[in-house]
Design a protein around this ligand. Structure first.
Ligand code: N7H
Length: 707
């Protein structure tokens, strides 16, 4: 396969040229005539292949590229065969040339591509592979007045997936740039990477994940079991190193590495579980009332609606409802489905642990969508925005848990790890480390822990959230059709309304940077897709010298204090108002509300998102924090369920719920348009199970069974 840019008719040429032409400015005046424009753009440079008349730089042209290849379901002799697809020119999402061929050892054994199976059937035509390639056109057709097109100064401009506008672009109201406080970073604590469980700070990030809920029986047998599986509970050191190696390989290969497969397990206990294994008093030492009460007692506070004719919101839950609270939650995750099954079989209680070993009361597999990897069931890319956790994993100068990519901070008084990723003190997620002052962000030394075994542990929230995919999409379609009747919202589509409600387009492109249409290249660009603030214009990122250069392809986010671009009630704005004040305080307070999300979809994707097929599908929502009340519950109750907070503007229509009452959502435009949507009281996302747990350190686990 070989793709090149060919503007094969006049319309296409004009379209591409218009999309690619860069406005230039010199000494404050826009350049409009051709020769000065050519000089300014340095198109005379023989090393540049460009069209001087219209100003397209075709060194990295506007054109058709391969964005991704879906290798799921390809197998050779029962082994995954998606990885034989190799990009040989460019790289995703800007790949131009690729081959699908067997590695030399397999080819030498006489196997050919026709031995590869797709969905159990041998490949017959190249087209069967081609249809798994997602193509995209780089270059945006702009709707007049909607796309930032600030004139750039003279000189070459780079394009591609890296980040925002040219540094030094004029016409931006930007805050003064301050050098990012850099290492030594001596004030950042050394994290006990061999004692903290791996899913908390590193995240398993696997395609398959099984949750196993257990009830204790005989305590001696339970302790035998825990002692047996302890070596299989993975640490931050193990998971973090694997993730780093995976990232490095992927960066070099331009695709997911083949054969780099790992299987991880972590464990957490409910209050009753800890009380049984230690004592009621020890369990009460976990400093969180919500954890102590347990999820069934808190479901009403969270806004979970009881089923008709019942008063208990957890009646009918598939697990974790009143009277059915597990003592233990085991999380097992793998890159490979067979390995996952083997690990679960190894880790589950067995007869050899003794009579009365813990019983499995519920288990369920989650898995990334095969049709849209990384997307949740409503169709949106998930897992993009996580806080940058401070702390060191080694004493070396670059030994930070979260890589520091920025040379300068976009905000004068706040430090960031990467574009859009502010740094947060680890005490917000793991006990025993400094946490942030809610007014200044300065680190606060934690008080001595009592009981001391809390150290290196974390609180885990699990919510089994069923998603009504058809209900959500029908609502979008019907509401968008009504809105188009109103002059201020003419042209509204279901897709755009969905993006306004989530705050991102399905590709993950934030509406703050792609106000009118999805931009899949932006959505897939890690340095750009989370780079936006709400209260001020977001300056282009200033990356450290060793980072790839920032590009100009995507418009930066403009200040949106009024919620005209991204509504105040959009899901991602509700649960993280970023630099904007909230009812609780300033942006420094918001840093103390962050959570580490580790969710994964469960259930088969909907074949037709508008049709209710009765399939139970949704999200195994998991998150870690050190205060369930001040973090997860605050996001759900004080923000998502509340019209006025963090800023007035409506309920979060993704997760917000107020049983029995319609849920309203405000849409306002800069031109004065305003309307309030009314969504049905029954949320599109409904809890059907879950629990509050404590994920102890490796050493605390020993304390639980060595008694
Ligand atoms: Fe949300 N969705 O598909 O709409 N979420 N969420 N979430 N969520 C996020 O940034 C979704 C839920 C957060 O920093 C994205 O990773 C769905 C709960 C937070 O900008 C998408 C469900 C809670 C963020 C979704 C669900 C949160 C976030 C954008 C349930 C906490 C980061 C992708 C079925 C109470 C916000 C991304 C930021 C992002 C969706 C649940 C919180 C697409 C479908 C219960 C903090």
């Amino acid at each position: 396969m070989h793709l090149t840019h060919s503007a094969n008719n006049l319309f296409a040429e004009v379209f591409l040229a218009a999309s690619a032409t860069v406005r230039r400015q010199q000494q404050g005046a826009e350049i409009t005539s051709s020769i000065p424009l050519i000089d300014c753009a340095q198109y005379g440079d023989p090393a540049r292949n460009s069209d001087p008349n219209i100003g397209i730089a075709v060194a990295n042209p506007v054109g058709l590229y391969m964005a991704s290849f879906d290798g799921s379901g390809l197998s050779l002799n029962g082994n995954p065969a998606g990885g034989f697809f190799t990009v040989v020119r460019g790289q995703f999402p800007l790949a131009l040339r690729a081959v699908y061929q067997l590695p030399p050892d397999l080819a030498a054994s006489g196997l050919t591509v026709s031995d590869v199976k797709i969905g159990g059937k041998n490949i017959e035509f190249g087209g069967e592979l081609a249809e798994r390639i997602t193509m995209h056109l780089i270059g945006a057709a702009s709707v007049a007045q909607t796309v930032h097109n600030t004139p750039a100064p003279c000189g070459p401009i780079q394009q591609g997936c890296r980040a925002g506008r040219p540094s030094g672009a004029v016409g931006m109201d930007r805050s003064p740039r301050v050098p990012q406080t850099q290492p030594p970073g001596a004030e950042e604590p050394l994290l006990d990477i061999d004692d903290i469980q791996g899913n908390i700070l590193a995240g398993f990030n696997k395609d398959y994940q099984q949750l196993v809920a257990l009830k204790l029986g005989d305590l001696a047998a339970a302790r035998n079991w825990l002692r047996r599986i302890l070596p299989g509970i993975n640490t931050l050191a193990e998971v973090g190193h694997f993730n780093a190696a995976f990232r490095m390989r992927r960066a070099r290969l331009g695709r997911d590495p083949i054969g780099l497969i790992e299987t991880w397990a972590n464990i957490a206990f409910s209050h009753a579980g800890i009380a049984a294994l230690t004592s009621e008093q020890e369990a009460d030492g976990v400093p969180d009332e919500a954890f102590k009460e347990g999820l069934p007692a808190r479901a009403g506070v969270l806004g979970d609606a009881p089923p008709p004719g019942k008063s208990d919101p957890t009646a009918g839950w598939v697990m974790g409802g009143s009277g059915n609270v597990p003592d233990i939650l085991l999380i097992v995750a793998s890159d490979d489905l067979d390995e996952l099954a083997k690990a679960v079989a190894r880790l589950r209680p067995a007869g050899t642990d003794g009579p009365g070993a813990p019983q499995i009361i519920w288990q369920e597999k989650g898995q990334t969508r095969t049709d849209l990897p990384g997307h949740e069931h409503f169709g949106f890319k998930d897992g993009l925005s996580q806080p940058g956790v401070r702390g060191r994993v080694s004493a070396s100068a670059s030994g930070f848990l979260t890589p520091r990519l920025l040379a300068a901070s976009p905000l004068p008084d706040m430090e960031f790890a990467a574009p859009g990723q502010p740094l947060v003190w680890p005490g917000e997620f793991v006990f025993g480390y400094p946490f942030g002052d809610q007014s200044t962000g300065a680190p606060v030394t934690p008080p001595p822990l009592n009981p001391p075994w809390l150290k290196n542990g974390s609180l885990l929230v699990f919510r089994r959230l069923r998603q009504d995919v058809a209900g959500f999409n029908q609502f979008l379609r019907a509401t968008a059709a009504q809105l188009t009747q109103a002059p201020d919202f003419a042209g509204m589509t279901a897709d755009r309304l969905g993006a306004l409600i989530v705050g991102r387009w399905p590709s993950g492109a934030p509406i703050m940077r792609a106000p009118t249409a999805d931009n899949p290249v932006l959505g897939q660009c890690p340095l750009a897709n989370n780079d936006f603030l709400y209260a001020v214009d977001t300056p282009p990122p200033e990356l450290k010298p060793q980072q790839p250069p920032a590009s100009l392809s995507f418009p930066t986010a403009s200040e949106d204090a009024d919620g005209f671009i991204c509504p105040h009630a959009a899901h991602i704005r509700k649960v993280n108002p970023r630099d904007q004040d909230s009812d609780k305080g300033t942006k420094f307070d918001t840093l103390t509300r962050r959570i580490l999300r580790r969710g994964i979809p469960y259930g088969a994707p909907a074949a037709n998102p508008l049709v209710d097929d009765g399939v139970d599908r949704g999200l195994h929502f998991l998150c870690y924090q050190t205060s369930i009340i001040e973090q997860f519950e605050l996001l759900q109750t004080d923000w998502a369920n509340n019209f006025n907070n963090p800023k007035p503007g409506g309920l979060d229509l993704i997760i917000g719920q107020t049983p029995g009452q319609p849920r309203s959502f405000e849409l306002d435009t800069a031109s004065g348009g305003s309307t309030t949507l009314s969504a049905p009281p029954l949320a599109f996302v409904v809890a059907t199970g879950g629990g509050y747990f404590f994920a102890p350190s490796i050493s605390a686990l020993r304390f639980m069974f060595d008694r």
